[in-house]
Design a protein around this ligand. Structure first.
Ligand SMILES: [Zn+2]
Length: 489
């Protein structure tokens, strides 16, 4: 039997221990949909909480909102999604097989064709004589398919068309006016949304990387475009070194450039400041810098309204390549202007005697991708031992509490310790089943950061052993100091 690939190995672990699994599995699954299980839900929620603490903590004027997931058609007329949010689709004239046109090209020519227009793809298919990969039949002309789910909202004469939002960002744009006023008309104003988005992908695949229902964490920063070359906190980050592939110097590969150097190269200070924060976010999550990069898209590759576009990429062992986990976009006034035009509402603000439409800097994170990234980076094996090395603050549990044996009052004491820790805000569970070694191994497998064992000495001097997951080192700690030691933030 062939040896399992890295991807297969971690997928197997995650399925077995309920990180996530295909949705509606008992009905054979539902392509492009996944359920987070009892382990995964905890990790995902902790990642989201960390994201909130980190990004909302950057400025006092950054807030989280929860806009509706279903929105009416004019929203997507304004955003351009009705027209532009399409994938090129090609179908076989003989067997009916269909696939994304760029995917078929990629598979047969081993090059990237993402972002190429349908017309151009059509020409390339003819030029290269690309045939149906299933039956060798002739391919029909490339058409486009809008990726938004839509349906009727209401009944009878009051039916309107509703759309499941394809990104969370639009919610922040349509709320901008009200939030700006409610929050003392301050700029920059940050509106963050952590929530679901939906896309009817033609061929969902790669597990959590192309889903039809997924979670995003997006922060829209509205600011005065005249202040793009300044940020009051810039001195704090100016010497930090970022790992960047500038579009104009792609042949040089990843470069280590200080924030100050990036500004000298012409990148706006306001944007560079937030790039530094994005990299810091990933460093705090334990991502090694040599597997992280900002990959800049050039003018042909990025959307026409983006003045600046970096993909935030991490090298994943599972795919053997840098993979996009977040996006960093300077969108100009495209969004508010579009909504102003279609809604008729004035989106401008009056500040310091000047009337203008704020510009938007967008930090957009695919939560599911980031979740998977934690596991890809965290997987460890040593002989028979396999585990996920996760930072304690995103581990499903900070600690497991174990009586050495479930008798002589050790179990009772262990339950007491577990309850005490829970009350002190430490995320921990109690487990008395099986040998202590097996209990450690089970907890390691899902990335639990610490194991706390109550033994006979505990009954004498109120100390316990604390075992650290990665090193398996144990130390004796007094119960009164335990919560302090284990609290992750
Ligand atoms: Zn065919």
């Amino acid at each position: 039997m062939a040896e399992k690939t890295f991807y297969e190995k971690i997928m197997e672990k995650m399925l077995k221990r309920a990180f996530f699994y295909p949705s509606c599995e008992i009905y054979g699954g539902f392509s492009g949909f996944y359920d987070y299980g009892s382990t995964g839900t905890r990790i995902k929620r902790k990642w989201e909480d960390f994201w909130r603490r980190f990004f909302l903590g950057l400025e006092e004027s950054f807030y989280e909102i929860q806009p509706a997931e279903v929105m009416p058609e004019p929203v997507f007329e304004a955003s351009g999604h009705l027209k532009e949010f399409v994938d090129p689709l090609v179908q076989c004239s003989k067997c009916g097989y269909y696939e994304r046109a760029d995917t078929i090209m990629e598979e047969q020519l081993h090059e990237t064709f993402e972002g190429i227009t349908p017309k151009e793809l059509d020409r390339l298919i003819k030029e290269h004589g690309i045939k149906c990969p299933k039956c060798g039949g002739k391919l029909k002309e490339v058409t486009v398919l809008n990726l938004m789910f839509n349906f009727d909202v209401g009944i009878f004469h009051s039916v309107t068309k509703g759309y499941l939002r394809p990104e969370t960002a639009q919610g922040s744009y349509v709320c901008f006016k009200r939030e700006y006023k409610a929050n003392r008309e301050k700029l920059p104003l940050g509106l963050a949304v952590v929530g679901k988005a939906f896309r009817n992908e033609i061929s969902p695949r790669q597990g959590l990387f192309r889903m039809r229902e997924f979670t995003q964490a997006e922060l829209q920063i509205f600011f005065d475009p005249d202040k793009i070359n300044e940020h009051p906190m810039f001195p704090e980050v100016k010497d930090r070194v970022l790992r960047v592939v500038p579009a104009s110097e792609r042949e040089k590969g990843e470069q280590m450039l200080s924030c100050e150097q990036l500004v000298q190269k012409g990148y706006p200070e306001f944007a560079v400041y937030y790039m530094a924060r994005v990299q810091e976010f990933y460093e705090r999550l334990g991502v090694p810098l040599d597997r992280f990069r900002f990959y800049e898209k050039n003018e042909e590759e990025r959307a026409f309204y983006n003045k600046l576009h970096f993909d935030v990429e991490i090298f994943l062992e599972s795919f053997g390549k840098y993979t996009e986990v977040a996006g960093f976009h300077y969108r100009g006034d495209h969004d508010l202007k579009g909504h102003q035009k279609v809604s008729g509402e004035d989106m401008s603000v009056l500040k310091e005697g000047k009337r203008f439409i704020p510009h938007v800097l967008e930090l957009s994170f695919g939560v599911d991708r980031n979740f998977f990234t934690l596991m890809d980076l965290g997987y460890r094996e040593e002989g028979k031992r396999q585990w996920f090395s996760l930072p304690a603050f995103v581990a499903p549990w900070t600690a497991g509490v174990y009586p050495l044996v479930k008798k002589d009052g050790l179990d009772k004491k262990a339950r007491e310790v577990q309850r005490m820790l829970a009350e002190e805000g430490v995320d921990c569970f109690y487990d008395e089943k099986g040998s202590i070694g097996k209990r450690y191994a089970r907890a390691d497998e899902i990335g639990v950061a610490y194991g706390i064992t109550i033994d006979y000495q505990t009954l004498e001097d109120d100390t316990v052993t604390v075992r650290e997951r990665d090193s398996t080192q144990q130390e004796r700690v007094s119960i009164s100091e335990l919560a302090e030691k284990l609290r992750t933030f």
